[in-house]
Ligand binder design. Structure first.
Ligand SMILES: C[S@@+](CC[C@H](N)C(=O)[O-])C[C@H]1O[C@@H](n2cnc3c(N)ncnc32)[C@H](O)[C@@H]1O
Length: 104
């Protein structure tokens, strides 16, 4: 079974809508992510995979909580989201987060 249609939707109409309301998804829900992340401490050298990472805000937040030996990896089926993730990580100077596109 192919996910082509779904991936196309996440890369186009859904990407556009999520981008329009990005402030809501990121700032509006940040307190929920913070609550969850605050309950789970990762080992300094942990390798953490964020599946369906979207804009990568959680991946980046996890990376910041890891030591320099740790790594947070975000995967998303939409290359448009991955491009945004890489841009954000670079702008925030986070070097232990990386991203790749794949249909999980
Ligand atoms: C509702 S968004 C959630 C984004 C992020 N995890 C968050 O909480 O803000 C779902 C994400 O999963 C991705 N996704 C959907 N189906 C996927 C698949 N088969 N493989 C990988 N990523 C997928 C979408 O592109 C989208 O970025």
């Amino acid at each position: 079974m192919s996910n082509e249609v779904v991936i196309e939707a996440w890369n186009t109409v859904l990407f556009e809508k999520f981008s329009r309301f990005k402030f809501l998804f990121i700032e509006g829900y940040a307190s929920i992510s913070e609550e969850v992340l605050g309950r789970n401490s990762f080992a300094e050298d942990a390798k953490v995979l964020d599946v369906g990472c979207g804009f990568g805000d959680c991946t980046i937040e996890i990376a910041k909580r890891l030591g320099s030996e740790g790594q947070a990896v975000g995967v998303d089926c939409a290359t448009n989201f991955i491009a945004e993730c890489e841009k954000s990580a670079s702008e925030e100077g986070v070097s232990n987060a990386r991203f790749f596109a794949a249909d999980v």
